[in-house]
Design a protein around this ligand. Structure first.
Ligand SMILES: Cc1cc2nc3c(=O)[nH]c(=O)nc-3n(C[C@H](O)[C@H](O)[C@H](O)COP(=O)(O)O)c2cc1C
Length: 375
């Protein structure tokens, strides 16, 4: 599995792991892949602690970071809205709907001292300080989701010797990213967890590989085992970029109720829904997504108004899902169709070893097919 990109980054395996959990990121880097910490939703102070911790944990192994840089969002024409401006744009009917949904499920209110997850920042300029802070760390890769990175981010990447990547759900996105100057395109198909488009990985990856050559492409979406990894390399990718497969790992901080739901879920139990972030994101189907999908319910608001609307409700659900049946019914999280194959809790190291052994077995089988000895 010695792709040129893996060699350049000093990886044993071309496995790139997107995660919001520092333990998973560190474990992947230690096992020979590249852990990529999603910084969206981390407070700046907390982030400093997380990155310092990862660096101490992994020694001289490489790691990366990822952030949301959407090109389109409510208020993008003026660089974003203030908190007050956002509040003024959230209709009372939407607030009533969320209150009613939680009341119908008997979800207790938050205690006065409860922490609510920090808000997602969106605009380029709103995140400039944060991005500059990221470049002060020993990162090997920085990735941009939902839009191309701004020119100053590309310049800083060059100056610091950090690879800049961007996620693409269509060939057009991929071309735009390459025009912006990215070093790596992550072609992410419909089956992926989180924000996703409508084109499947099997169709998208070779299209993007052909469109952006010689820029290296990573395949994302629906990859959770060594056969899928081998298929991704066969499609022309230089490696894989996975998110869902880590959510049921021993090291993952996934909410225990949601982890249990993931372990039981089938590959048909996810939906693309705008109900958490305002943009279509694949997640586990639950009473929460069903309620928003009901034809009588309000349409989710655009990003970043929807996350602001549901932030407190989500904190209430997560805080009480372990001992309130209604909150447990509503609880969900981003996950891709590969959730159907996540049946056991395993360590990150085991997942990495299984990728490697199944890759070797698959290559052996393909060699046997090529030699006419596949009996
Ligand atoms: C829980 C979760 C959160 C995600 N959040 C982000 C994010 O903040 N930024 C990003 O670039 N991708 C995000 N993604 C998408 C991943 O980077 C990756 O492309 C995707 O998980 C690949 O498909 P898979 O889920 O089938 O492995 C997220 C995915 C999951 C499962």
């Amino acid at each position: 599995m010695h792709t040129s990109l893996a060699k350049e980054l000093g990886l044993e395996f071309p496995v790139f792991a997107f995660t919001h959990c520092r333990d998973v990121a560190a474990a992947v880097s230690k096992a020979g892949g590249l852990g990529v910490l999603g910084v969206a939703g981390h407070s700046r102070k907390n982030l400093e602690t997380e990155l310092d911790w990862i660096e101490k944990e992994i020694g001289d192994k490489p790691y990366g970071v990822d952030l949301l840089l959407p090109s389109k969002f409510a208020g993008s024409d003026r660089g974003g809205f203030s908190g007050e401006e956002m509040d003024a744009r959230i209709p009372a009917g939407h607030r009533d709907f969320v209150d009613r949904l939680l009341a119908e499920h008997d979800v207790p209110p938050l205690p006065a001292d409860a922490n609510v997850a920090s808000e997602i920042s969106v605009g380029y300029e709103q995140q400039r300080d944060l991005i500059e802070q990221l470049f002060e760390h020993r990162i090997s890769l920085i990735a941009s989701a939902l839009g191309p990175p701004p020119p100053w981010m590309i310049e800083q990447g060059r100056a610091h010797g950090v690879k800049v990547a961007a996620l693409a759900g269509t060939v057009e996105h991929a071309r735009r990213h390459v025009e912006a100057g990215v070093d790596i395109v992550v072609a992410q198909g419909y089956e992926a967890g989180g924000h996703t488009g409508t084109i499947s990985t099997l169709v998208l990856v070779p299209e993007v590989v052909d469109a952006v050559a010689p820029v290296p492409v990573l395949a994302a979406g629906g990859i959770g085992n060594g056969r899928q990894l081998t298929a991704a390399l066969a499609l022309g990718a230089q490696g894989i970029w996975c998110g869902s497969v880590w959510l049921t790992a021993e090291e993952a901080e996934t909410h225990p109720v949601v982890k249990e739901k993931f372990l039981r879920a089938g590959s048909g139990d996810t939906v693309r829904s705008r109900s958490l972030t305002g943009k279509p994101a694949r997640q586990l189907r639950s009473a929460w997504t069903d309620a928003w999908d009901d034809p009588g319910s309000p349409e989710p608001l655009p990003m970043p108004l929807q996350p602001r609307l549901v932030r407190e409700a989500q904190a209430r659900i997560q805080r009480t899902a372990h001992n309130h049946a209604g909150a447990a019914q509503l609880a969900n999280y981003f996950v891709g169709q590969i959730v159907g194959s996540l049946d056991h809790v395993k360590s990150v190291r085991t997942v990495m070893e299984e990728f490697a052994t199944e890759y070797a077995d698959t290559m052996e089988r393909l060699d046997a097919i090529a030699a006419g000895e596949d009996d």
